[in-house]
Structure formats: C-alpha cells, structure tokens
Design a protein around this ligand. Structure first.
Ligand SMILES: Nc1ncnc2c1ncn2[C@@H]1O[C@H](COP(=O)(O)OP(=O)(O)O)[C@@H](O)[C@H]1O
Ligand SMILES: [Mg+2]
Length: 399
C-alpha cells in the first residue's frame, strides 16, 4: 500500500511529507516477530514551510503560560487543513494515489515524566492537527496522535522513531557487524543505538539534548534570522569552552535513559539563561557555542550511555553514526560532531547513504508507524520509551 507520512517537528519550520510504498508480509497480529518483512520504497519527499503567521502562532502556543482555548481549538483545525494540502500537493506532484496517511501532528506540550496534578501523578502529551479534517480532504484514512497509547502503557511517549531506525539501519551480523547509532538532529536531538545483531528489545534510544533549537533561538535573538544557514555564523566564531563545560553539568545531561526533551527543557527560558551566561562574548561566538553544545552533548551522551553497551570495537566491525534531520544541513555542526565522535571511534555517515534523505527520515517513520497501526500491530519500542508493554499506536480517522 502507499502511505504518506507527515511530520512537523519542534522547530516549527514546516511540514515534511514522505510518500512511501510499503510491501509487507502482513502476517497475523499475534505473530511473535511480525515486523520482520516490512519493506518499503520512498517514492518522493516534499517540504512545505509554514506561512510566517502560522509559525508564529505555533511557537506562541507551545508551552504557553496563557493561550486562548478558542485559538488552540482553531489551530487544531487549521493544521488539519495545512497538513491535508501539503499531502495533496506532494501526491499530485509525484503522481501517486494514496491508501493511508500517518500524521504526527504538531506537539504543543510534552511531559514524559509523571508529575502531580490535582491529586494524581500524570504524564501528558499533546499533538495537534485534526485527523478527521485530513481524512475528509484526502478521502483516505488517517492515523494520528501516536504518542498517548505508549504513555497509557507507562512509557514516555517518545521516542517513537527507534522502531523504524531498527528496521532501516540495523546490521544483522553479530560477529564483525557494525554497531550503529541513528542520530536525528531536529529541534531536539535524539539517537537510537543498535548494537550489531541486536533484537528490537535491545535497542537503546533517548533524547541527547538540544538539536537546532538553541542555535535557532540564538540566531533569532541576535541576528533576526530563523536559523544559521549552512553554519556560516558559527564557522566565524569561537567556541566558549568554559560555557559548554558549565552547561553540560546540568542534571538533564546526567539523567539516565530513557529520557526525553522538548521546548520545556531547551526553549525560551533555557535560551535566555544561555545568553546570560555568554554575556560579553561576540554574537558569532555565542552561535558557535550553541552549535558546539549540540555536538558535545551528543558525544557526551554516547560516551556515558551508549559505548558501554557496544563493547570493544576491535572485536566487531566498528561503530557508525547515521545522521538525519535538518541539523545534517549545517556543515559547521557536522564538522564539530565528526570531530567529537572520531575520538570515540565512531565514523559519521548520513542517512542519504542509506537511501533516505536526511530531511525525510522522520516523515518516512510516521508512514511506517501508521502502516503498522492500520494492520493492528504494535510499534512502540518499550526499551526506548520505558513502556510496560507493546502498544498499537495512534487513532484512526476514517474518510
Ligand atoms: N541549510 C541549513 N543550514 C543550517 N541549518 C539548517 C539548514 N537547513 C535546515 N537547518 C536546520 O534544521 C532545522 C529544521 O530541522 P528539522 O529536522 O525539520 O527539525 P524538526 O523536526 O524539529 O522540525 C531548522 O530549524 C534549521 O535549524
Ligand atoms: Mg521540521
């Protein structure tokens, strides 16, 4: 079947649509290893930036202390329309007839860890973008709202992409196989570590920390730009090592996986503290330091939590990182990251080398997750989210 995967991440830069042909031995729902034969072809990928006022509205409502219920409700329907238009345009351009859509939606709030609320300890998450609208406009069923089912099963609702990373990037050979780390750098950076020959249950996945979020915010604040195009500003600055060392001492970076992050951790408040700590430095140095924070926090997390699981590279085929997400387009960030992980014995690669354009991976992931849901199969990875059991993810809107 042909499935469109729709992703719009915490960067709120726009909508990514991946058109995927999935051919699967659908098997029976209860088979012990039902995903073994999932196979797919990427038919096309398109990116649609949000109109500026919509981006402003989304950024304003994420974690807002104050937002009007009417506006939140309207945003849900507006995004439904925009997602549907994006999918329709992509499908027309690539001349494909869709069978199903998987839409992640726009996260307005994510709190993976339970906190007290009116007498109960609860975790909560909210992705908006009305599936019923998408289904009605496109005339095909839509799977949306993937995260709550994992949380209801005791998980943190994130990360969900590890299921797909495992299918795409694992090295099946235990002997002399390559240990792989799928590293996505969106607003937040997250990784999936897949030891050579590992079963799905042995996959480790967690958020390493900021991806582009701090860089973008600092660029907005100091240069009035959405992001540091091609890493130009960062490449002209010097990294403030003392600042990085201080920031990496924060509890988040020491927290053991599973762990998740969002604008709650690295949004507005974090950035104003970051700017305060950098006071007196040149603007370019501040951007270089924000960029280095991403690279070093990734390497730091790998050293602490991933390498101990991988064992000695000499006995195996080595370690490789496969980068995806918008951060892959920032050469300064990539140079810093390559340098950081080289000292850990890890080679840097791009998902493009595996046939997946860096900016398309997450959208592809939600196409495959929707496919699994449609066939009644679970697709969370309990070892990654901390869920007590496997769960079928998402809600289905019928056309
Ligand atoms: N040419 C580029 N140079 C530098 N950074 C880029 C470039 N293209 C994209 N990015 C970064 O990638 C971000 C978007 O990444 P994306 O993977 O879409 O994140 P999200 O999933 O959070 O939406 C942008 O906000 C920007 O920081
Ligand atoms: Mg994006």
């Amino acid at each position: 079947m042909i499935v469109a995967g729709v992703m719009s991440g915490t960067s709120a830069d726009g909508i990514n649509v991946a058109l995927v042909r999935v051919s699967a031995d659908t098997g029976r729902v209860s088979r012990p290893s039902p995903h073994k034969h999932l196979d797919f072809t990427l038919l096309g990928h398109e990116e649609f930036p949000f109109p500026a006022p919509v981006r402003r509205a989304i950024l304003g409502m994420m974690n807002a202390e104050l937002a009007r219920v009417a506006d939140l409700s309207r945003l849900n329907f507006l995004l439904g329309e925009l997602y549907a238009e994006a999918v329709a345009k992509a499908a027309r351009k690539h001349r494909v007839k869709l069978d199903l859509v998987g839409c992640h939606g726009q996260t307005l709030y994510h709190q993976g860890v339970a906190e007290r609320f009116h007498g109960r300890k609860l975790a909560a998450t909210w992705q908006t973008g009305e599936g019923a609208v998408i289904a009605a406009r496109l005339g095909v069923p839509v799977v949306s709202d993937f995260r709550p089912a994992d949380m209801a099963a005791g998980g943190k609702g994130a990360p969900l992409v590890p299921f797909v990373d495992y299918l795409l990037f694992r090295d099946r050979h235990r002997n002399r196989g390559v240990n792989r780390i799928a590293q996505n750098i969106g607003g937040i950076a997250n990784l999936t570590a897949i030891p050579a020959g590992a079963a799905l249950g042995q996959v480790l996945a967690f958020d390493t920390g900021p991806g582009n979020m701090v860089i973008d915010a600092v660029m907005e604040e100091l240069f009035g730009k959405h992001f540091d195009r091609d890493g130009k500003v960062a490449s002209s600055g010097r990294v403030l090592d003392g600042v990085i060392a201080r920031l990496l001492r924060a509890p988040f970076f020491r927290q053991k996986p599973p762990r998740t992050a969002g604008r709650e951790e690295f949004g507005r408040e974090y950035v104003s503290r970051f700017l305060e700590i950098c006071r007196g430095a040149s603007n370019a140095d501040v951007v270089a330091t924000a960029t280095a924070l991403t690279a070093r926090s990734i390497a730091d997390a790998i050293q602490r939590f991933v390498l101990p699981r991988f064992g000695s590279p000499r006995k195996q085929g080595g370690h490789a990182m496969i980068v995806s997400g918008g951060g892959a387009k920032n050469p300064t960030l990539m140079a810093m990251l390559r340098n950081e992980i080289a000292s850990l014995g890890i080679e840097l690669h791009f998902s493009d080398e595996f046939g997946l354009p860096a900016e398309a991976k997450e959208a592809v992931a939600f196409a495959l997750l929707a496919h699994e849901t449609w066939h009644g199969r679970p697709s969370n990875v309990p070892s990654a989210t901390g869920a007590k059991r496997a769960a079928i993810l998402g809600k289905i809107s019928y056309a």
